[in-house]
Write a protein that binds this ligand. Structure first.
Ligand code: ATP
Ligand code: MG
Length: 487
């Protein structure tokens, strides 16, 4: 080989793209450094192979496309899935050229990472669109359910307890509450529910929840637990984290037919943005196909039989984890099993002192206090008033923030303002601001809404849809709290 040939070869060997060359008889002429780096095989290993293409392209269809491209040798890039030495599938683009002496040269580059980034972006955009859509539906649905539940509950008071009508009404209420549960889960997905996050030791939260978890799992399944995040603190809503854990463990349980193991691990790790806490739920159940994996975070996507899955478990987990600035990823293979990993940022602060929540008092009965209900939906307003009146409160109503301020000027006896959040003209948050700045700063205000993005963390909130019982208990709590503050 001449000097310049040798130099030429060195350049090809070290080129930043993959280059391989085969003689007409199939022997290897070149397998450069980049080929080895991307696919794992060395030139010596390649020379040993009987049929390298069968190794790189196990699927016959894919191999046929490769052959056709080699045949054409038109120098155009085509995209392939190539199996590397470690068994991973790489996405690569290759172009083939033919020399007059019958040797073939191929040039390729690896786009696996790029495709991954693109897929993540597409997934993020899809999830955002679905979030907006389902959040909007949940919002409107909430008002309907509030009316259904409240009407059924009020009607119950009008009929004898053991009548058939009472049973029908009970069924309506039950269905309404199931609907409310569904809506709540949708709201978690679209990140419209409200979390109470505080600094907690992650392993403590999980450890306290283990007994409940065990009850979810039948005897035939082994539950292996390894809590190793130590004293790592996260900023988390305990109930939300429990919900995520339930959803993951339920899925793992459902994926195992007969005997199997669910492994549950926590640990500290270093992530791209700093220290993290990881939670992994692994099962050796059915696993998922690629097609399933691509869709699991879509609301209502389920492979389970009608009635046994709603397809909201993972979307809810996705939404809740996102609200903790965390991420969730899934590794799964059919017949092998599934590992779901949650990553949460570690929080650097002492865990909050546990403040016990106020005990529920009585059944929320009123003592003739005056409540100003601010609600633009006429039916919801009527239901709210009727429920409060039935519980012993005096009720005034306003259809918006502006009217509420006018009524407050006229009626000094108002003990509590109970307001919707989203209303035309003046919404709940502005009403609160105006009250705080003006002569009504001492009147407490609480909100009822299913759509609480724009509310301050400290605001008292009754999530819609509520039942009349929840409404009166909530109002009593707000009044008692205000009384305590003024004492
Ligand atoms: N651990 C797992 N193993 C195998 N498949 C899973 C696993 N977790 C989720 N899946 C698949 O993802 C789908 C969606 O899961 P998701 O939890 O969102 O809904 P679901 O379990 O079907 O219903 P729901 O949780 O609302 O009762 C499941 O139907 C199942 O096909
Ligand atoms: Mg599920």
């Amino acid at each position: 080989m001449s000097d310049s040939e040798a130099q030429f070869r060195t350049i090809l060997e070290n080129a930043p793209v993959m280059i391989d060359a085969f003689a007409a008889d199939g022997s290897v002429l070149l397998w450069n450094h980049e080929c080895e780096r991307r696919l794992g095989w060395t030139a010596a290993e390649l020379a040993e192979m009987d049929d390298p293409l069968a190794v790189f392209y196990p699927s016959e269809d894919q191999r046929a496309v490769v052959f056709a491209s080699i045949e054409r040798a038109d120098g155009k890039f085509r995209e392939y899935e190539v199996v590397a030495k470690d068994g991973t599938v790489r996405i690569q683009q290759w172009a083939d050229f033919l020399l007059p002496n019958g040797s073939r040269i191929s040039v390729g580059h690896d786009v696996t990472e790029q495709r991954k980034v693109e897929a993540n972006l597409r997934q993020a955009q899809k999830m955002q669109a679905l979030g907006t859509l389902s959040g909007g539906i949940a919002h409107d649905f909430n008002n309907l359910l509030t009316i259904i539940c409240a009407c059924a509950s009020l009607a119950q008071r009008e009929v004898p307890e053991d009548s058939e009508m009472a049973r029908f009404l009970q069924q309506i209420l039950k269905a309404g509450e199931d609907g409310a549960d569904l809506v709540r889960r949708l709201m978690s997905f679209s990140r419209r529910d409200r979390l109470r996050r505080r600094a907690v030791v992650f392993d403590d939260v999980i450890a306290k929840f283990l007994p409940t978890l065990r009850r979810l799992i039948p005897e035939s399944l082994e539950l292996s637990i390894d809590l190793d995040a130590g004293d790592a603190v996260v900023l988390a809503d305990r109930v939300a984290i429990e919900q995520v854990v339930i959803n993951l463990v339920t899925n793992a349980r459902d994926a195992i037919d007969g005997q199997g193991t669910i492994s549950f691990r926590t640990r500290k790790a270093n992530g791209p943005r700093g220290p993290e806490v990881h939670l992994e739920v692994e099962d050796d159940g059915s696993g998922m196909t690629r097609e399933t994996q691509e869709r699991v975070f879509e609301p209502f996507f389920t492979t389970k039989e009608r009635g046994s899955g709603t397809g909201l478990g993972l979307p809810t987990a996705y939404g809740l984890v996102g609200q903790h600035e965390g991420t969730i990823d899934i590794r799964s293979a059919p017949g092998v099993g599934t590992t779901v990993r949650i990553r949460l940022p570690e929080h650097h602060a002492d865990p909050d002192m546990l403040t016990p929540s106020a005990p529920m008092r009585g059944l929320g009965a009123g003592n003739g206090e005056t409540i100003l209900v601010v609600e633009d939906d006429r039916t919801v307003s009527t239901m709210t008033s009727r429920s409060l009146q039935a519980a012993g409160y005096v009720v005034l109503t306003a259809s918006g923030g502006d009217q509420a301020l006018a009524i407050l000027d006229e009626a000094p006896e108002i003990a509590l303002v109970l307001s919707d959040v989203v209303m035309p003209r003046m919404g709940g948050e502005e009403l609160r601001r105006r009250m705080a700045e003006g002569p009504h700063a001492s009147v407490p205000i609480a909100f009822m809404s299913g759509y609480n993005d724009e509310l301050d963390e400290s605001a008292r909130l009754l999530p819609k849809p509520w039942t009349p019982q929840q409404l009166v208990v909530f109002v009593r709590l707000c009044l008692d709290e205000a009384a305590e503050r003024n004492r």
